[in-house]
Design a protein around this ligand. Structure first.
Ligand code: IMP
Length: 174
């Protein structure tokens, strides 16, 4: 079956929302320096827009994780495949994620980064699929709640494809 794309969120809607989130973060962290920890690879487009709308002093770093086990989506077993370059001790850290689905990746990241003693640790996720959540976990800054559909574009992939689409689209027939 052919893969078909249906636009769920347009590039204009996304930009508006990213600006709104950036304004909230700039207000909340006024006078502070913030470290944005981007979760690769899906968070990279969101990070690059978000950081340019911030009016506060900002550093960035990257972490890559992979779920593995018999059922990758629900095993909850996550491993770091690329760690941060520097210490986050005493820094104000915001995790920048593309989407919170089951919440397992985020729980792992929060638990792991907390042990590194940041001054504060928050989560910013562009998309949220609340219906799929297996854990009580939510972002501090959240863009759009979306239905339980597989989406691609704006950093999100299907088998590494479609990350470059400027809109967020529902992928059918995968
Ligand atoms: P979680 O651990 O189940 O919350 O999974 C989060 C990760 O799953 C995200 O960072 C994405 O990489 C991936 N993911 C979940 N839903 C989608 C989707 O609809 N499209 C693309 N990737 C997704």
């Amino acid at each position: 079956m052919d893969e078909q794309l249906e636009v769920l969120l347009t590039r204009e809607e996304i930009q508006e929302k990213v600006k709104e989130i950036a304004n909230m973060i700039s207000d909340d962290y006024k006078g502070k320096e913030v470290l944005l920890v981007c979760v690769l690879k899906g968070g990279v487009v969101f990070l690059s827009d978000l950081m340019r709308y911030l009016s506060i002093s900002t550093e960035i770093d990257f972490i890559a994780v992979s779920s593995y086990g018999i059922s990758t989506k629900s095993s909850g077993v996550v491993k770091i495949i690329k760690d941060l370059d520097t210490s986050i001790e005493d820094m104000h850290v915001i995790i920048v994620e593309d989407i919170i689905d089951t919440g397992l990746t985020l729980r792992y990241l929060l638990e792991n980064l907390r042990t590194r003693l940041p001054a504060s640790l928050k989560v910013c996720a562009l998309l949220d699929k609340p219906e799929r959540r297996l854990l009580e976990i939510n972002a501090d800054y959240s863009g759009f709640a979306i239905p339980d559909k597989f989406v691609v574009g704006y950093g999100l992939d299907y088998s590494e494809k479609y990350r470059n689409l400027p809109d967020i689209c529902i992928l059918d027939g995968e």
